[in-house]
Design a protein around this ligand. Structure first.
Ligand SMILES: NC(=O)c1ccc[n+]([C@@H]2O[C@H](COP(=O)([O-])OP(=O)(O)OC[C@H]3O[C@@H](n4cnc5c(N)ncnc54)[C@H](OP(=O)(O)O)[C@@H]3O)[C@@H](O)[C@H]2O)c1
Length: 246
């Protein structure tokens, strides 16, 4: 057993996950950082290990037993799990766009990841989180909250994530578990921002009175929600978008 609280970051090798890992290590957490590609997980772990205890874990979330295997490996290594933050993003290829041009197959896959993965992760981690009074956090995009053109499929899938977490939160509170959703909109410096291109990011930045967030603006919120200071807060959906939507 360890005295450090243990945080599992699914998709921790990505832009937001690695920022959360860095802030968590600075706050004394032990971090289990998950990703799909070995080289990215290794790079993240190597780059952050000077800050504190961190280990890498690999799993492809499309594999049926990925959540159970991942959680079991983390629990075996540390003996406890105090928080799970899911930052996985499989890339919305074909999930945005005018509705007639979108495909039911792409939607089915994205829905499976958006709702099915967090549901499987919650199942796998439930007993560990319950033992520690732990926290589960999912990430969505603002399309799940605010209606907009070209966002019908991603909005529906992300609304599913939100529906899962909010209902889960009410029930799991009885077992001492808290659950939240964080919704970034456009994140400066992220891989997703690179994919969107500078023109679209600049347009969004002009609409965000506070300026668009970077991953380092998101990490403190995620960790606050996992902290004792947030012990009586659950089921919240927080959009962190610099004033882009409200
Ligand atoms: N960044 C933004 O602008 C933005 C905006 C709105 C919402 N969000 C949401 O915020 C969350 C985090 O976003 P991010 O920008 O940090 O994403 P990201 O940088 O693209 O990172 C995604 C993470 O998911 C992992 N992943 C992807 N496919 C996987 C698979 N099949 N199996 C296992 N792991 C897989 C990636 O590992 P590999 O790299 O090895 O594949 C990586 O660790 C996501 O839910 C995203 O939708 C982000």
């Amino acid at each position: 057993m360890t005295d450090h609280k243990v945080l599992l970051i699914a998709g921790g090798s990505g832009s937001i996950g690695s920022a959360i890992a860095r802030h968590a290590l600075s706050q004394g957490w032990k971090v289990a950082l998950h990703g799909r590609r070995l080289e990215k997980v290794d790079a993240a772990v190597t780059g952050l290990s000077y800050l504190g205890p961190i280990d890498g874990f690999l799993a492809d979330i499309w594999q049926e037993d990925a959540a159970e295997t991942l959680v079991a490996e983390v629990a075996e290594q540390y003996g406890r799990i105090d928080a799970v933050i899911d930052c996985t993003a499989t890339g919305p290829m074909g999930i945005t766009g005018l509705f007639p041009e979108t495909s039911p197959e792409v939607f089915g896959d994205f829905l499976n990841v958006s709702v099915g993965w967090i549901e499987r992760l919650a199942h796998a981690a439930y007993d560990f989180l319950s033992q520690q009074g732990g926290t589960l956090i999912g990430f969505v995009s603002d399309a799940g909250i605010y209606a907009a053109p070209r966002q019908t499929l991603i909005g529906a899938a992300r609304a599913g994530t939100i529906g899962f977490i909010r209902n889960f939160a009410v029930e799991a509170a009885r077992d001492g578990i808290r659950a939240h959703v964080i919704s970034p909109s456009f994140v400066e410096g992220s891989e997703s921002a690179l994919r969107m291109g500078s023109e679209r990011m600049a347009k969004a930045a002009r609409r965000a009175g506070l300026g668009l967030p970077a991953a380092d603006d998101i990490a403190p919120l995620a960790l606050f929600l996992c902290s004792d200071g947030a012990a009586k807060i659950t089921g919240q959906v927080i959009s962190l978008n610099g004033g882009l939507n409200a």
